[in-house]
Design a protein around this ligand. Sequence first.
Ligand SMILES: NC(=O)c1ccc[n+]([C@@H]2O[C@H](COP(=O)([O-])OP(=O)(O)OC[C@H]3O[C@@H](n4cnc5c(N)ncnc54)[C@H](OP(=O)(O)O)[C@@H]3O)[C@@H](O)[C@H]2O)c1
Length: 307
Amino acid sequence: MSATTWTTDNIPDLTSKTIIVTGGNSGLGLEAIHAYAAKNANIIMACRSTAKGEKAKQEVLKLNPKANITVSKLDLADLASIRTFAVDFKKNHPTLDILLNNAGIMMTPYQLTKDGFESQLGTNHLGHFALTGLLLDCLKNCPKSRVVNVSSIAHKKASIDFDNLLCKDGINYSPYQAYRSSKLANLLFTDGLQTFFETQQIDCMAVSAHPGVSDTNLFSHLAPAWLTTFLRPLMLLMMQEARRGTLPELRASVDPTTKGRDYYGPNGRREMKGDPILVQTDSVFLTKENASKLWKASEVLTSISYS
Ligand SMILES: NC(=O)c1ccc[n+]([C@@H]2O[C@H](COP(=O)([O-])OP(=O)(O)OC[C@H]3O[C@@H](n4cnc5c(N)ncnc54)[C@H](OP(=O)(O)O)[C@@H]3O)[C@@H](O)[C@H]2O)c1
């Protein structure tokens, strides 16, 4: 099979592998869980609503009655919830093979997480930064473990205002710019995390992926509902199915040829859809210095230290 036609058939058997998928009840996360379940993985579907999670789990079980899935409560917009999730996980799992940091929100109006962070950076980046730090022992205990951060083509040409990281009081808040910054943060975090693993000689890899433009629930804040409904036929022409959109993150999580900092996305025009391949990041902001700045700020804000 050529490198440009990677499919779920390329996923190896995952028996005895433990995988956490954040935002596993919907869209790309749910599709990833279908694929992992088909390969016998032990899956933790981490969701902010366990009711939604149980419903999604039943969907998977309908197709695959032997799927091994535990639904677990995780609200990435609440550090206390992240801590509780990590404590519960560690009680039952000494090791973690794959942490798929997939959950996200897009273009939400200005709002704050429980801990007072602007919600897009808070959920998409800071929540995952905290979660990964709290699960570090389990990743360390597992040889060749991986952390996959899900970014977006929206990171291209984006920047982060380190002087106003949390967009204080919502002054000059732009839902789109805040989303772009949070997706750039996912890539800076991948770089910082890989540097951390290398420096500490930890046998874990940090990688990232993006799904192009995929048909999921992510677009609920893009426009008023009536306009989205009206535009949907047009939007569908530009999008791919979630099942296909999840392939880059799946590939990033299991491909044996993957190296730290690799970034997967679709191979089609403008990376909007297509087969999952290695792609390039595109932002002058993606520097070691900024990765380190974001890392330090994230440690201070979340009170979670990786050392
Ligand atoms: N779809 C695309 O075209 C596209 C493009 C580029 C990047 N992405 C990225 O892909 C990832 C997955 O998104 P998707 O497209 O699959 O969208 P989706 O269908 O809306 O799924 C997002 C998931 O994240 C969960 N989530 C949101 N806030 C959370 C929180 N505070 N704590 C825990 N979970 C939370 C959602 O839970 P609820 O169901 O409870 O809301 C849902 O399960 C995101 O990181 C997104 O930025 C998507």
